[in-house]
Design a binder for this molecule. Structure first.
Ligand code: SAM
Length: 237
């Protein structure tokens, strides 16, 4: 089975389960039109994040790594009126495509018209905080408590992001970390790049944290071989 088969498989399942969606298509096309790489979650994973948020009755969601807000749109749509998604992004270019009004002054701000979150009608629920997440995430208030954190940024910092997420997420909440399998390289002792070491560090931290239970689900689909870790917070900090 090759990549073409996995892509066909995702598309086959999606054709039953996921209706055509103009705003999500716009987000992908607009992101690509700005020369930003196509490294968002797959449609199937986006739908999964949406269903997890709904299952939690999430009112507050934090995302680390916005890109063009594709996954932000999926998650923010699960929020009720008054709910809030905060997405953290280091790249001014990505933040601008995601959202026309980021919360830090940007030099090229005035070129923005309607971008992905606004196009999806989510400007009142979703905001993008510009800056390195190691600086912005600790400044987020733990109240009201966060229901769901989605970590999908620089993999070498997965450990610190998990630690900060623990201080934000309520008992019963969930932390999801994307790209923790990396085509099997995380388990390959000959691979020791910073991103892989960051994922191993995360595994150690989760193992040694008695307040969480977690599992890694490997995935094969249109984005190739990877997987995500689902961490259930049994005892918030
Ligand atoms: N979650 C997005 C989606 O599925 O649509 C994809 C996120 S993409 C894989 C990773 C993003 O993290 C990029 O936009 C990158 O600029 C951002 N990023 C990388 N390092 C970061 C950091 N230190 N702080 C915040 N964002 C960072």
């Amino acid at each position: 089975t090759g990549q073409a088969d996995w892509t066909r498989s995702d598309r086959y399942h999606n054709s039953f389960l996921l209706p055509h969606d103009e705003a999500l298509d716009f987000a992908l096309k607009n992101t690509a039109a700005h020369g930003i790489p196509a490294i968002s979650v797959s449609a199937a994973e986006g739908a999964f994040l949406n269903l997890v948020a709904k299952g939690l009755n999430a009112k507050r969601i934090v995302e680390v790594g916005t890109l063009g807000a594709y996954s932000s749109i999926w998650m923010a749509r699960a929020l009720p009126d008054g709910g809030e998604l905060t997405s953290l992004e280091v790249s001014p270019k990505h933040a601008k495509v995601a959202c026309s009004s980021v919360l830090v002054t940007m030099t090229d701000h005035d070129q923005v018209s309607e971008e992905n979150l606004a196009h999806a009608g989510l400007s009142s629920k979703a905001k993008v905080l510009l800056g390195p997440a190691l600086e912005t995430m600790p400044k987020l208030s733990p109240t009201p408590p966060v229901d769901l954190v989605f970590i999908d940024a620089d993999k070498e910092n997965n450990g610190p992001y998990f630690q900060i997420a623990r201080k934000l997420v309520r008992t019963g909440g969930v932390i999801i970390v994307d790209n923790v399998v990396r085509n099997g390289r995380v388990a390959d002792p000959d691979v020791n790049s910073p991103d892989i070491l960051g994922i191993r560090k995360l595994l150690e931290m989760v193992k040694n944290d008695p307040g969480v239970e977690a599992t890694t689900i490997g995935t094969a689909g249109e984005k190739g071989y990877d997987g995500f870790m689902y961490i259930s917070v049994r005892k918030g900090i």
